[in-house]
Structures are given as C-alpha cells and as structure tokens.
Design a protein around this ligand. Structure first.
Ligand code: SF4
Ligand code: SF4
Ligand code: FES
Length: 272
C-alpha cells in the first residue's frame, strides 16, 4: 500500500519497506508497511508516519527526538539503537528495515517494553555517602576525578547497553544476580569517587560489586560500549577498572586476613 502524503514529498522522497513488530505479552508478529521517506528523516519519523497514516494504534515510546531522553530505544535490523538518532540514509533505499522492541525486556505493546528491571537494579546500588565533617559546598576534588564522573553521568538511561549484554539478553535467569553494565558503571563511579565515604560507613562497594551486582558475569566483550549512544567507554573506563579494584581487594593481605578471621568467628558460633 502506498502512503505518499503528497505535499510533504520532496524531489528525493522514496518509498521504503518496513517490518514492524506488533503484539503484546501474549504474542505478536511482524507487520509489513510501505511508507514515504523524505530527506533528513530518521527511523522514528517513519514510525510516526506509519502511526499517522496506517496504524494509529501502533505503540511507541519517545519524548525528545534529540537523543537525550533515552525513550525511543528499539532494535533496527537486530541492532539496539535510538530510533530518533538512526538516519534513514544509514540504510540502502531498497533494504527492508525491521523494527522490533528491545529483546531483553518484557513487551508491553508493539515497540514498548517494560524496563522496570533497570529501576530495580538502580535501587540496589547504595547512593553516594557524603564525607563526614565536610559541609556541602566545600567538597573539593581533582579535575581528573571530575572528568571521570562526568563521562559516566552522560548516561541518558536508554538501557541499550542493558539490552545488549549477552549475560541477560539470552539468559533471563541471570537477571536476579546481574545488575548489568549501566549499574555496574554506577558502582564503579562511586567506588572511584574520591569523596565517597562508603567504606567509613561500613559499605564495601568492591565486595558488593562481586557478590551482589554480579561483576564476575561480565567477560568484557564490550558489546555494551558498542551500542552506547553517548559514546561512554563503559567497559574500558568502568567495568575493567572495577574488576581490577575488586581483584586488588581480594588479594589485599589485610582484606584476606580479615575475611579469614570473620569466617573462623562465624564457624565457631556465638558461644565459642
Ligand atoms: S562488557 Fe560485560 S557488561 Fe558489557 S556487554 Fe560484555 S559482558 Fe555485558
Ligand atoms: S550507559 Fe550508554 S547505553 Fe547504557 S543506559 Fe547509559 S547511555 Fe544508554
Ligand atoms: S526520543 Fe528521546 S532519545 Fe529518542
């Protein structure tokens, strides 16, 4: 079916073939559309045109159309992307574009998934612990430490990295034990923060990274880094340093001795 909108068409308009997944938690399938494409358009424009002209009840989540809200995440020809930042010129005109919802999260409807897994994982990471005796506004840190945090804080919470990571993408059963790259990056950011007083408060972020957030599941494939629309070097700058710091902790003789004593105390029982 041709869907040309006539007046809006420019000399370089063409008709593209789209296959869009439609359905809900009970199942669904790919639906074919032929739809007009104009100069400068992105995949989200085309999804909106399908919505406007052929499938008014097509569900799609978006907000800013500027790559900043992280809402329009989907998979285009199997690759996780922001639809609003994916130019139609990235594809050949005769190529059929297949748009499907994020695979790692449950479908609500059409291209909209339930990403609450990520909110749960966010809540499991204890926040910044303010340094005792330093008033807010008097915090001082080196520029190199500021820059490191700034990189991680560019995150727009699109969850493309979470969706891509093979640890959960094909293994639903790992979701309980694995926080995913975005939240391991948060742990790394806090562990490397020079003012974070977690250790003084009795919180060992390196231990929790291993034992509660599943750092050991990550085998540094860098797939998360490859899809990050903010270009954050998740693996090189967060996950690998966090692994090194967790390993340092494990092989630190004082930590080793402390854990031996704790284990012996626990084995002896309270009455020993
Ligand atoms: S580097 Fe680690 S967190 Fe990132 S995709 Fe690979 S296994 Fe997952
Ligand atoms: S780290 Fe990158 S890919 Fe992951 S949620 Fe943040 S912006 Fe998205
Ligand atoms: S609509 Fe906001 S990132 Fe795409």
């Amino acid at each position: 079916m041709s869907t040309s909108t006539g007046a809006a068409a420019s000399a370089t308009s063409y008709e593209a073939r789209f296959r869009v997944w439609r359905g809900d938690a009970d199942g669904g399938g790919l639906h074919d559309f032929r739809v007009e494409v104009n100069d400068g358009e992105v995949v989200l424009d085309i999804i909106h045109r399908i919505q406007a002209t052929q499938a008014p009840d097509l569900a799609v989540r978006w907000n800013c159309k500027a790559g900043k809200c992280g809402s329009c995440s989907a998979e285009v020809n199997g690759r996780p992307r922001l639809m609003c930042m994916t130019r139609m010129t990235d594809f050949a005109r005769d190529e059929t574009l297949t748009v499907t919802p994020l695979r790692a999260f449950p479908v609500l409807r059409d291209l909209v998934t339930d990403v609450s897994f990520n909110y749960e994982k966010a809540r499991e990471v204890p926040g910044f612990v303010p340094p005792p005796g330093v008033a807010a506004g008097e915090y001082r840190m080196d520029q190199v430490d500021v820059d490191r945090s700034q990189e991680f804080r560019k995150c727009i919470e699109c969850y493309l990295c979470q969706n891509t990571c093979h640890v959960v993408r094909d293994h639903e059963e790992n979701k309980t034990a694995f926080a995913g790259p975005r939240f391991l990056m948060r742990v790394a950011e806090l562990d490397m923060h020079p003012l974070d007083a977690a250790a003084q408060a009795g919180l060992d972020r390196r231990r929790t990274a291993q034992e509660e957030h599943g750092l050991g599941y990550c085998n540094i494939t860098k797939c998360c880094t490859d899809v990050c629309p903010e270009g954050i070097k998740i693996t090189d700058n967060a996950l690998i340093p966090l692994k090194e710091r967790a390993a340092d902790r494990k092989y630190d003789p004082l930590v080793w001795l402390g854990s031996k004593i704790r284990r012996r105390g626990a084995a002896s029982g309270p009455g020993a």
